[in-house]
Design a binder for this molecule. Structure first.
Ligand code: FES
Ligand code: FES
Length: 193
């Protein structure tokens, strides 16, 4: 990583290595209080506005269910819902999440210890192996089913296009989605004609 170096001091100071000196421009606008809702709870974090959401969740709030895979927005392991829409938390900066509503895998089941029907279906259908992609996958599917309770195959493919699984493949994931959709259909109140 590049470091700002005070070249004047370096030129004056003899033969030792130049002393690194922070410079205000390089450090950016400084620490800021960012307020956000996470899993239904209000949080204020004092961070640099460019701190990544995934680091706030994992390191500052200790919500380590959100995983880091590629770190560059390609794998979907870090998917969380922001105002109900799936986002890659490794690409969202703190200032972008100010006063927004974030849902992570830890907030999905509650209140109480029960699992969300999608989590149960992933377990039942064997929708994961190592589980690393699973939190992001489940949240991506949740966003899909919230919008389309009976999704077409194309809608499922599109919803999962950004979530890569490296070890299980997608057969179990598809089974889990079908099971959840069927369960939702059965529990829907009958339509009156
Ligand atoms: S870690 Fe964010 S998309 Fe891969
Ligand atoms: S279950 Fe291992 S990466 Fe998907």
């Amino acid at each position: 990583m590049c470091q700002a170096v005070d070249t004047e001091a370096a030129n004056e100071g003899g033969s030792g290595p130049p002393a690194a000196k922070p410079n205000a421009e390089w450090l950016g606008p400084g620490m800021t209080d960012i307020q956000m809702m996470v899993n239904g709870e209000a949080h204020t974090v004092r961070v640099s506005p460019t701190r990544r959401l995934v680091d706030i969740l994992r390191d500052d709030l200790r919500l380590t269910g959100t995983k880091i895979g590629c770190d560059i927005g390609r794998c979907g392991a870090c998917t969380v819902l922001m105002d109900g829409r799936p986002v890659n938390a490794c690409l969202v900066m703190a200032y972008q999440v100010s006063h927004r509503d974030v849902l992570t895998i830890e907030g999905l089941g509650g209140p109480g210890p029960g699992l969300h029907p999608l989590q149960e279906a992933f377990l039942e259908a064997g929708g994961f192996q190592c589980g690393y992609c699973t939190p992001g996958m489940i949240l991506a599917v949740k966003a899909l089913l919230d919008e389309h309770p009976q999704p077409t195959e194309e809608q499922v493919r599109e919803a999962l296009a950004g979530n890569l699984c490296r070890c299980t493949g997608y057969a179990g994931v598809w089974r889990a989605i079908r099971m959840t959709v069927a369960k939702m259909e059965r529990s829907a109140p009958p339509e009156h004609t």
